[in-house]
Design a protein around this ligand. Structure first.
Ligand SMILES: Nc1ncnc2c1ncn2[C@@H]1O[C@H](COP(=O)(O)OP(=O)(O)OP(=O)(O)O)[C@@H](O)[C@H]1O
Length: 427
């Protein structure tokens, strides 16, 4: 899927070969276009550098649209990924915004995170009230999946009025995995979301709701403390997601690798934690996770026959990292939910299966893997796991520990609380 407004220049000198990126951004009023010349970082996990930005007037003298009505908020999540969001904003995003929106960019409000709860607080206190009174908002989010999930949860936490307008969110992938960004832009050149800065096309973000039994706690501060969840009218804990709900191997490795120490290794932290989980020091097999697992299809809950499990994952996206295709049948923002499942096996076999996911999602054809479209997933522990570490559920990177006889139930959510800005009308 090539974007005609994005060019990778591979014809320059050897040292820069393949590292240049040119993005043509149509001015929002149709009278000019901005051309941003960038240079990719040698480390592909690091954002590009803006070399030059120029502006060209177009022949058309009739402005096509004007986006002055949309109030813009910029969220810089300082601790996401390699902690480069602030630098990338100052050196790259801000000059592009100044060129695209010369008369309004100074009115854009910049929010820089101060703590792990900053995005949720901002959403609750600023974004939700404005959206709920019908103010069109644009949110430029420099973060990983955690940032958008906090926005989604903040906007979903209260009933909305009839005036509610879903904020438009522009995702700039400054986190580690950036699953949502890479799934929306699968197969395209990585522009770090910059081409979306000039787009007004958007698509509703499909989300799911995870409901938890009483006593379930959100683990925070590297699992040093546990907090209660927001609750629904029945008093059950609730968390919304747009990417993944998992239990077993995937949830454990996300949880175990979410420490400052592991985070220094970027994406490799997941592989390092996977090795630790799959090859226990005493030489035993990976843990066989015990619970009753059911899937929701056509309004009926169907229990799996297996009583022990290794990998249980429901996802709304295709890619959990850019090269890690967990669900090849998922199309960008299509609202489908897929189950990826396999039972207890050796560390080598689990690594082999996961390796296939890095080959364009070939694992789904492996006989050991169950892969199907579902509408929901339920996990009931029924006292089968006495240790809390085997009852950790991952919702888009957040970890919730469920009680010994507790449960979690995940369903696709009908509500749409944010729209994601897309380019060319395609997701
Ligand atoms: N100033 C800050 N101090 C403490 N925590 C912060 C601060 N800014 C952001 N955070 C937290 O850091 C975490 C960053 O998560 P985020 O998902 O954005 O990045 P990531 O985990 O590197 O990427 P991904 O989820 O895509 O793998 C979030 O929990 C966020 O609340």
């Amino acid at each position: 899927m090539a974007d005609p407004n994005v060019q990778s220049d591979k014809s320059t000198g050897d040292d820069k070969k393949g590292r240049e990126l040119t993005i043509v951004l149509p001015g929002p009023d149709g009278t000019f276009e901005a051309v941003a010349h960038l240079e990719h970082n040698e480390d592909v996990a690091q954002p590009p550098r803006l070399v030059k930005i120029s502006k060209h007037l177009l022949d058309s003298s009739t402005p096509t649209s004007d986006d002055r009505e949309r109030e813009t908020h910029i969220i810089i999540s300082t601790a996401s990924g390699h902690r480069t969001a602030s630098h990338f904003f100052k050196e790259c995003v801000d000059p592009i915004l100044a060129t695209l929106y010369p008369s309004t960019h100074e009115t854009f409000t910049i929010h820089t995170t101060q703590s792990a709860s900053s995005v949720l607080e901002l959403t609750n206190t600023v974004l939700f009230p404005k959206a709920d009174e019908g103010k069109p908002l644009r949110v430029i989010l420099l973060s990983g999946d955690g940032g958008i999930i906090d926005v989604v949860n903040g906007l979903s936490s209260r009933p909305t009025s009839t005036a509610y307008i879903p904020p438009q969110v522009i995702l700039l992938p400054l986190g580690t995995a950036n699953a949502l960004y890479h799934s929306i832009n699968v197969g395209k050149e990585n522009t770090w979301g910059l081409n979306a800065l000039a787009s007004t096309a958007s698509h509703p973000l499909p989300i799911f709701t995870a409901t938890f039994s009483p006593g379930a706690r959100l683990l925070v501060d590297e699992a040093r403390s546990a907090e209660p969840l927001a609750t629904n009218s029945l008093g059950h804990g609730v968390l919304h997601g747009a990417v993944v709900c998992s239990w077993g191997m995937h949830a454990s490795l996300v949880a175990d690798s979410d420490t400052t120490e592991y985070r220094k290794f970027g994406l490799d932290r997941f592989k390092m934690a996977a090795k630790d989980a799959l090859y226990p020091a005493d030489g035993s097999l990976p843990h066989a996770y015990k619970a009753r697992v059911s899937v929701l299809k056509n309004n009926a809950w169907l229990p799996l026959q297996e009583k022990e499990h290794l990998y249980t994952l429901a996802t709304l996206v295709s890619n959990l990292e850019q090269p890690f295709c967990i669900s090849p049948a998922s199309k960008p923002l299509d609202g489908s939910m897929h189950l990826v499942y396999f039972g207890p096996t050796s560390g080598d076999d689990a690594m082999r299966i996961m390796g296939l996911a890095y080959q364009g999602g070939k694992h789904v054809s492996d006989p050991a893997v169950r892969y199907e479209a579902i509408d929901g997933l339920r996990i009931e522990f029924q006292g089968g796991e006495t240790e809390g570490r085997w009852r950790r559920i991952c919702i888009d990177g957040k970890i919730v520990r469920v009680e010994g006889d507790g449960w979690v139930e995940v369903r696709k959510e009908e509500r749409r609380v944010v729209d994601v800005v897309v380019v060319d009308g395609t997701a």
